[in-house]
Every structure is written in structure tokens, then in C-alpha cells.
Design a protein around this ligand. Structure first.
Ligand code: GLA
Length: 390
């Protein structure tokens, strides 16, 4: 975000070119990679993501009138809409994320002012690294600073999640928006998605977070994401007949699940087993990372992948190939698919000394197995959203 940053300088120039005046604010919100705790957030469970040093960036200035003019430098496209009741659009569909956030400000009675925005991103789109959450969070921060209001950080994350669910139509959990707002540099964020308590855990020295993009594009809305959510609700409802106090799969132990297995169809049982065991893995993983036991932490990543693959059925062949190739490199401590699945990325914990070997082995192996090129990003755990007056 420093003044010498070429991405920043070019976006500030673009703002000037498009709007004929300089920007007044700089805003950036990070994408994320989830270390462990997949498909647990909407089950009131635990997650352990880190924000990454890839961002949605915005150059912003207030303007008279009740409109937002937003220019996407990546798409070379302008979208203008009213602060009050902006319609959902099919062209410039990236602007729906901004529109959705404005709708939530209005609904909560948070003051807004008109603004001009030029935006661009270094979070790959549609790769499962939460470019959409980053876009929502950056929009909320831009609206906040332009109107000069205070907003609680957890409230900001909830507002952005509501924008995604109500305006974009993905029934997502809270993880992505939460970490994009509240992350701190050098750490991962352990979140209890029931009471939204959280704490940072430093990532160990000597290991890198490596993200491999399968380049298989996901489409959350059209995917089985919402269906998985419904299956979890059905499993909870069936188990509630014998366990009336449970509110979500978070409240079930593995013993209870085994005891009442006959109440569930095979599919619902496996979905529930993933969630229940994944919550256990997250708690254990956070403890192991805290104690610096990276080998044991890494094995939990592999176990998580197997569970997502077999029980939750959200992996795909390309992600399985990436995990398998990663496991063959001796400096890899753990690997798994990350995010919603059905394509997108894997997250890998790799010893610093093995990163180049990893890159070559996985890139070449993937090409051989699939005929496709993957992308490999070595990520640094980043801080959450920030803004700067220019
Ligand atoms: C997407 C959603 C999150 C979470 C993950 C799966 O990223 O936005 O809320 O459910 O999938 O863990």
C-alpha cells in the first residue's frame, strides 16, 4: 500500500483520468485463504482463515448528489447507481457487490454520501480466495470514510455478509467478510462463528502459505453450496427429534452422531460427519499451531481434505491432484482444498526451503495430469481492511 506501489499509483492515475480530479481516499481490503474449518461457519462452528496480501483496492472521493459512480479498472467499465434502492444488474455484475452494500447501509440507517470510486484487484476472481468479500468490505469502508461515520468492525462484517446473501444470492457464512475486516498481519484468525469471538494466532517462522489455483472456475451461486447448507439444516432437524437442545451441527459430538446415525440418510450422515469432525480438527489445529507442532498441524490439513472429498463431496479431480502432488514434496507439511470447493484453490503449508521445489513439482505434475496450467502464489498473512486519507 506504500506510495511506491505501482498498482496503487496506476489506480490513482486512473481515478484522475476517469473523474477529472484527484482521489481523496485510498481503501484496500484483502482476500483470504482458509487454513482449516471448511463449511463449518454456517453450522455455527469454528474456522481458521488468514487474510492474504492480495487485495481489492479503491481510490475514492466524495461527490455531490445521491449517487455512486464506480469505475472498474480491470473490466474497463463504469457503473452508476443511486445510493437509495439501486437495482440489481446483469451487465457490470461486479457492481452488484457495491450496490448490495449500499442497500445494507440504508437498511441499518447508516448515513451515506455520494462518491466516485475507481477500483481494481489483485485477488484472482472466481478462484475461491474471496474477491467478492474483499469487494464488499472495501465498499463498506469507502462508504464509511466518505460519510465520516464510525462502524463497529464485527457489524461491518455482518453487513457485508448480508449484502452477499440478500443481493448476490449466495447463502454464505461469516468467515470471508469477517477475516477481510479483522485480520492482523502475520497471523491467522480463529473465529467462533456462533458468538463471533475471535483471536489471532501467529503463523510459525520458516514455513510459507502457498496457494495453488487449479484454474477450474467455481460459480458459487450455481454450485451445490446452497444445497449443502440445506442438507446440514435437514440433518440438524432430524437429530433435534432426539436431541432437542441442539441448534446446529456445532452442538453434536461424534459419539452422538454415531448413536443416532440411523435417523439420517447416508448422505446426511456423511455431511454431518464432515462438519462434526472438521470442528474438532479446527480446535486441535489451533492448539497445535500455538505449540509450534507443524507436522501434526499439517496432518490435519490432509484429514480435512479427505473429509471434504469423501463426506462433504465438494472437491474435484483437479483439487485432489494438487493435494496429492503437494504431498509428494518432502517439505510439504499439509495440503487441502480451501474455500467452498468445486474448483478454486488448495492451501499448502510448505517449509520455506522447499518452496521452489514445490512450485516446480506441482506445476509440472499438474500439467501432466490435467493438461492445464495451475498458478502458484506464495502468500503473506496480511492485515484486514484499511483506509488512508490522501
Ligand atoms: C465460502 C463462503 C464461506 C464458507 C466457505 C466454506 O467461502 O463464503 O462463508 O462457507 O465457502 O468454508
Amino acid at each position: 500500500m506504500g506510495k511506491g506501489d505501482p498498482v496503487r499509483n496506476s489506480l490513482l492515475r486512473k481515478f484522475q483520468e476517469v473523474f477529472g480530479r484527484p482521489a481523496a481516499w485510498w481503501v484496500q481490503a484483502p482476500g483470504r485463504v482458509n487454513l482449516i474449518g471448511e463449511h463449518t461457519d454456517y453450522n455455527d462452528g469454528f474456522v481458521f482463515p488468514a487474510a492474504i496480501d492480495r487485495y481489492i483496492q479503491m481510490a475514492v472521493a466524495p461527490r455531490d448528489g445521491r449517487e455512486i459512480r464506480a469505475y472498474s479498472a480491470d473490466f474497463g467499465e463504469m457503473s452508476t447507481f443511486p445510493l437509495e434502492d439501486p437495482p440489481h444488474v446483469a451487465t457490470a455484475s461486479w457492481s452488484n457487490y457495491l450496490r448490495g452494500v449500499a442497500v445494507q447501509f440504508r437498511r441499518r440507517g447508516i448515513p451515506m454520501k455520494g462518491m466516485d470510486v475507481a477500483l481494481s484487484g489483485t485477488v484472482p476472481v472466481g478462484a475461491g480466495l474471496s474477491s467478492s468479500a474483499a469487494l464488499e468490505v472495501a465498499t463498506a469502508e469507502a462508504l464509511r470514510v466518505v460519510a465520516g461515520v464510525e462502524l463497529d468492525r464485527v457489524e461491518t462484517a455482518l453487513l457485508c455478509q448480508a449484502a452477499e446473501r440478500e443481493f448476490v444470492g449466495v447463502q454464505c457464512g461469516i468467515m470471508d467478510q469477517f477475516v477481510s475486516v479483522l485480520a492482523e498481519p502475520g497471523t491467522a484468525l480463529f473465529i467462533d462463528c456462533r458468538d463471533l469471538s475471535y483471536r489471532t494466532v501467529p503463523l510459525a517462522d520458516g514455513v510459507s502459505l502457498v496457494v495453488c489455483d487449479s484454474k477450474v472456475q467455481r460459480k458459487l451461486e450455481s454450485s451445490a453450496y446452497n444445497q449443502r447448507r440445506r442438507e446440514c439444516e435437514e440433518a440438524t432437524a432430524a437429530l433435534r427429534r432426539v436431541l432437542p437442545d441442539i441448534r446446529a451441527l456445532r452442538d453434536i459430538t461424534t459419539e452422538q452422531l454415531e448413536t443416532y446415525r440411523s435417523l439420517l440418510s447416508d448422505v446426511l450422515y456423511r455431511r454431518a460427519r464432515h462438519v462434526v469432525t472438521e470442528n474438532e480438527r479446527v480446535l486441535r489445529a489451533v492448539e497445535l499451531l500455538g505449540r509450534g507442532n507443524l507436522e501434526a498441524f499439517g496432518s490435519l490439513l490432509y484429514a480435512s481434505h479427505m473429509s471434504l472429498r469423501q463426506d462433504y463431496e465438494v472437491s474435484c479431480r483437479e483439487l485432489d491432484v494438487l493435494v496429492e502432488l503437494a504431498g509428494r514434496v518432502s517439505g510439504t507439511l499439509g495440503a487441502r482444498m480451501t474455500g467452498a470447493g468445486f474448483g478454486g484453490c488448495t492451501v499448502n503449508l510448505v517449509r520455506d526451503t522447499a518452496v521452489e521445489e514445490f512450485r516446480t513439482a506441482v506445476t509440472e505434475g499438474y500439467r501432466e495430469a490435467t493438461g492445464m496450467d495451475c498458478a502458484v502464489y506464495v502468500c503473506r498473512p496480511s492485515g484486514g481492511v484499511l483506509s488512508e486519507r490522501l
